[in-house]
Write a new protein. Structure first.
Lengths: 292, 297
């Protein structure tokens, strides 16, 4: 058997055939560059280039916008890309011929996950020059650029595993897609809404609601991982991540970082990946037993 | 791959049983399929054919009983069983966005066949199923019959001992059906063991060296077509049309019984207009057995 997962190789062959992928990548890049330009033009004044403080605020605003768009891309794209992974095979009646081969259930699932992530990976890679450009402008460190990327990719991996688990659980792509978007909505909107709705006194913590809610939220994790130092010029930037940063501010550690929240987020992400991967594998292990 | 000798049955089931909740799909099935034969399975919908095939292909765990393929227990060692079995399900799905050769290459890869061995293998398979000229065509562009043959090539990609073909001719036009059964005959000539199910008995009768009639999850009769014909001769069916327009159907054991029936009808009935023996063939046996099974369940 090839070193490269045969399922991944086949999926890539199918997905890369035709103009769809180059068109999607090109449109994504044009939109990202356009966003960069719009935010830059909107925030910049004639005094900005001469004032390092203003330049840092501008750079941070552009970076936050780009990061937020990348996160939204993950949130909107991943469930759609991954939900058809296994349910699609069922719908096309190709799952049984696949399962009768010597490929293990785990190899089929990993191939499906990798294929679903490949498109996202491609879009992230083409976004890199734009992200690095924000670092050149200022207001954001290279470490923060990398931290943002890690959150984007990590969120993509978690949401892909969850969507593939939804796909393994259902017979129809449509059902799998609805389920995958519902899970994503709970993780992105639900956790943030619940966090804001919970009265700190009720959960017995005087300072803040349970951090575990935000540790599951990609936007909160990105906001925490890339937060500028308190009272810095960059912290005054107005961006879509500003209100989320304000929400996670009470969860900061004594040293001003959000290390505990990020570690908790990483642990939960690993747990979700393991659970959803194990579930999808279990669903594929006894093919027709589960199909009935 | 040839591990079974002519004396070893390629398939042997002992009390094979499968239940889904209260529903019994396969009921203590005992089946022996010798190597190198085309073994036909016929039965009405819900007879348990697909469930049996799924268990033999190691895709479904039996509730109880044993199934051995090439001497390997399907429950204990499913991976080895899959090396021995080529399976074509009743509904064939293919990857429309691949080329024909890419499709077979993917499955060859999935069976662990080395990359350098694949081109020759694919050429041979495409020649066997008469799709050589379509090597670089998109799967999407193939007719249904061609897709069926491609699926058969897929099932042969790892050179299995046993081929399980579940309703392979279903939904095909007459020409494609003929081509498919010719292909099954070719596989028989190549010494393959094939278990094939169909709803169309005459096709099975001509293609198969052995036949089994299944209904209600049980094998009601099995043997060579000749043996079944002999059995059928003892289950003769007679249709009668009377002068008043009514009809009747009777089962008789032999010529004497049939003559006795005719005399009785002529003496007691409204007048016999037509008295016809319509059976004595396997189809009649199938109908008689499955009707009796239906009545008893």
């Amino acid at each position: 058997m090839s070193v490269v997962n045969p399922v991944l190789r086949r999926e890539m062959r199918e997905r890369m055939r035709g103009p769809r992928t180059p068109v999607v990548v090109s449109v994504h890049l044009v939109l990202l560059v356009g966003l960069f330009w719009l935010v830059y033009r909107g925030e910049a004044t004639s005094a900005t280039v001469d004032d390092p403080t203003e330049l840092a605020r501008l750079g941070r605003a552009v970076y936050d916008w780009i990061l937020a768009v990348l996160l939204l891309l993950v949130v909107f794209l991943v469930p759609g890309l991954a939900a058809g992974a296994i349910a699609g095979e069922r719908e096309r009646q190709t799952l049984i011929p696949l399962q009768i081969t010597l490929l293990s259930a785990r190899r089929i699932v990993t191939g499906k996950v990798a294929a679903s992530l490949a498109m996202l990976g491609l879009l992230v890679v083409v976004s890199l020059p734009v992200l690095v450009l924000t670092w050149v402008v200022g207001g954001v460190s290279l470490g923060q650029v990398l931290a943002g990327l890690v959150v984007v990719i990590g969120s993509g991996v978690v949401l892909t595993f969850l969507a593939v688990a939804c796909s393994a659980a259902t017979r129809r792509v449509q059902t799998a897609t609805v389920a995958a978007y519902a899970v994503t909505l709970v993780l992105v909107g639900g956790t943030l809404g619940l966090y804001r709705a919970i009265d700190p006194g009720v959960v017995g913590d005087d300072d803040s609601p349970p951090a575990v809610l935000l540790a599951l939220n990609p936007l909160a994790l990105a906001a925490a991982a890339t937060a500028p130092p308190v009272d810095s010029a960059a912290s005054r930037a107005d961006s879509p991540l500003s209100p989320i940063r304000a929400a996670v501010a009470p969860l900061r550690d004594d040293d001003g970082t959000s290390r505990d929240l990020l570690v908790l987020g990483a642990a939960l992400a690993v747990a979700l990946i393991a659970l959803s991967g194990a579930y999808a594998t279990w669903r594929l292990r006894l093919p027709t037993e589960v199909e009935r | 791959m040839t591990t079974a000798t002519p004396t070893t049955p390629v398939v042997e089931t002992i009390g094979l049983h499968k239940r889904y909740g209260p529903f019994t799909a396969v009921d203590h099935l005992d089946l022996v399929v010798p190597a190198g034969v085309v073994f036909g399975v016929i039965g009405p919908n819900g007879a348990g054919k697909t469930t049996t095939f799924s268990m033999l292909a190691s895709l479904l765990k039996p509730t109880s009983g044993t199934a051995l393929v090439a001497g390997v227990d399907v429950t204990r060692d499913p991976i080895t069983v899959r090396r021995h079995v080529g399976y074509m399900p009743d509904v064939v799905g293919v990857y429309d966005d691949l080329r024909v050769d890419e499709y077979l290459d993917f499955f060859a890869d999935s069976y662990g066949i080395a990359r350098r061995a694949r081109p020759a293998l694919i050429d041979g398979l495409l020649e066997l199923v008469d799709l050589g000229p379509k090597r670089e065509a998109m799967v999407d562009s193939l007719s249904r019959g061609m897709k069926q043959r491609l699926s058969l090539a897929r099932a042969l990609v790892h050179d299995p001992d046993l081929l399980l073909l579940d309703e392979p001719a279903s939904g095909l036009d007459p020409r494609a059906r003929v081509e498919l059964w010719d292909l099954v005959a070719t596989l028989r000539d190549l010494g393959r063991t094939v278990i094939v199910s169909s709803h169309i008995l005459p096709e099975l009768e001509s293609a198969c060296g052995m036949l089994a009639v299944m209904s209600g999850g049980r094998v009601l009769a099995q043997g060579t077509p000749e043996e079944l014909r002999r059995t059928a001769a003892g289950r003769r069916r007679v249709t009668v049309r009377f002068v008043d327009g009514t009809t009747a159907e009777h089962h008789v054991a032999d010529d004497l019984d049939q003559a006795r029936l005719l005399r009785t009808l002529q003496d007691d009935g409204p007048g016999v207009l037509e008295f016809r023996q319509v059976d004595g063939d396997i189809e009649a046996l199938f109908l008689a057995l499955t009707e009796a099974e239906g009545a008893s369940t």
